[in-house]
Design a protein around this ligand. Structure first.
Ligand SMILES: Nc1nc2c(ncn2[C@@H]2O[C@H](COP(=O)(O)OP(=O)(O)O)[C@@H](O)[C@H]2O)c(=O)[nH]1
Ligand SMILES: [Mg+2]
Length: 463
């Protein structure tokens, strides 16, 4: 792909701010900027060295009127974000100066950049590969420290290195197999065949491990499911409503009000959380409530986190002991609700019944809102705690990458079967080539305009 034109866009978010940046990239960037720039010390952008900042004014060449006071950074090819000549104009923040500056630049012959076009050029010009380009977007969009960390690792080439290493290994296997193709069968040593098979199996295990990280990182995308359970009337529905800041679940003073599992989404520091309010656990005859209790018990089994709730204004009852029994082996946060009332039990009443060392127990008042922030922090921490323990090395977070690895794995498995079934080596080589191509899609070694468009249209303009 040959790129001839010069693009420009406002790269900072709309709205008031200390500074705002208009960015240009392409062979005429510096020339175009020069036409609308005036330096009090008569400095020229055209003659400026790379990576210098020059002070001056943007002026309208038609009227010779100053538009804004600016600092201009010149980054000459190939040492720039896009590897082309790049100019960044630091205007004052706010819309009018930025818009007017951009307008003047477009009048001088630059074209308005498409979403993600600067990053697309960085990819096309070979500064970064496709997985790194995608990491730029992940980084911009990351809402937690952890997702930011994964994105910056990917941007620095962590995933690219891993994929390249796997491709190198596959290429080697493939070369071996292709070399044998012209050999009569009896001349191929069994030892070599065995080595090829072992290599393939080993690469297959690496694929498997990578795919596993995608599942482990699931909660970043889908959130963890959190079930609020407890005996009737302890305040489960009130807690759901308080967390959502709206009256979602019906709250009454009568036990047995909630009959079904109510599901809602909550965002805690960028982590999406699927939160479930359940029917109070007790021994009942009513058929509908009985079904509700059954579902509550099921939600304890399926939830990633369980919030077990008790009414601290009353002594623990039969049903509360049952709740503790049910949740004791789960990832549970114990909550003593109604802390605004005179308390009859405290944290020790719970901790003495839970064999685990130092379970999370906290006092809250759902109706007054006390302790809710602390509860959210504990939920957040407990998500990340599980995550850090399981994680190692490169993490797959992007569906496109996951799909490509799955396809690569399938082809590899077909190659292994072909070898075990003594099929012609040509078939084996074909499957291995396919596996290689699928991996190539991740870093963009194999790509189509379609894939590129899909990826870059998700970006904002100016990135
Ligand atoms: N004083 C006080 N009452 C509460 C609190 N949370 C819930 N309640 C009351 O307890 C009763 C049962 O609440 P509800 O949320 O329906 O409990 P659930 O059956 O566990 O869902 C209602 O009358 C609520 O107003 C609280 O923090 N303090
Ligand atoms: Mg309820």
């Amino acid at each position: 792909m040959f790129i001839d034109d010069t693009i420009a866009a406002i790269s900072t978010p709309l709205g008031e701010g200390g500074i705002g940046i208009v960015r240009l990239s392409g062979k005429d960037s510096i020339k175009i900027a020069e036409k609308i720039f005036i330096s009090p010390k008569n400095k020229s952008l055209n003659n400026s060295k790379s990576h210098r900042i020059i002070y001056g004014y943007i002026k309208d060449p038609k009227t010779d009127k100053e538009i804004d006071e600016v600092l201009i950074t010149i980054m000459r090819s190939p040492y720039s974000y896009t590897r082309e000549d790049v100019v960044e104009i630091n205007c004052h923040g706010g819309m009018t100066a930025l818009r007017k500056t951009l307008e003047l630049i477009l009048k001088q012959g630059a074209r308005l950049a498409e979403p993600g076009e600067f990053t697309k050029r960085a990819f096309i010009n070979g500064r970064i590969d496709l997985s790194q380009a995608e990491a730029v977007l992940d980084l911009i969009r990351s809402k937690t420290d952890e997702s930011r960390r994964i994105a910056i690792e990917q941007l620095q080439g962590g995933l690219s290195e891993k994929i390249t290493a796997l491709r190198d290994r596959l290429t080697e296997v493939c070369a071996h197999v292709e070399a044998y193709i012209d050999f009569p069968e009896d001349e191929i040593e069994t030892a070599s065949i065995k080595a090829v098979l072992e290599s393939m199996k080993d690469i297959g295990r690496e694929f498997h491990a990578l795919l596993k990280t995608y599942d482990e990182a699931r909660f970043f995308r889908e959130g963890l499911s959190t079930a609020i359970v407890g005996s009737p009337n302890v305040g489960k529905s009130s807690l759901l409503n308080a967390l959502l800041k709206k009256d979602r679940a019906i709250v009454t003073e009568y036990p047995g009000t909630t009959r079904d599992v109510i599901e809602e989404y909550l965002n805690i520091n960028g982590l999406p959380l699927r939160i479930m309010d359940t029917a109070g656990i007790r021994d009942v005859q009513d058929i509908a409530e009985k079904e509700g209790v059954k579902r509550s018990l099921l939600s304890i089994e399926n939830a990633d986190i369980v919030i077990a709730m008790f009414d601290c204004s009353e002594l623990l009852k039969e049903e509360d002991f049952e709740v503790i029994q049910k949740v004791k082996d789960r990832n549970t946060i114990f909550v003593l609700n109604k802390s605004d009332l005179q308390s009859a039990i405290d944290r020790n009443s719970i901790s003495s019944l839970v064999p685990r060392p130092s379970p999370s127990i906290l006092n809250i008042s759902a109706t007054r809102g006390d302790g809710l922030e602390e509860l959210k922090d504990i939920i957040f921490e407990s998500c990340l705690k599980n995550w850090k323990e399981e994680r190692e090395g490169v993490v797959i977070t992007n569906l496109r990458h996951k799909t490509a690895i799955e396809k690569a794995k399938t082809s590899l498995e077909r190659a292994i079967s072909a070898l075990l079934e003594n099929q012609p080596l040509e078939i084996l080589a074909l499957e291995l080539r396919d596996s290689l191509d699928r991996l190539g899609e991740i870093v963009g070694a194999i790509t189509t305009e379609d894939i590129l468009n899909k990826i870059f249209t998700d970006f904002c303009i100016g990135k």
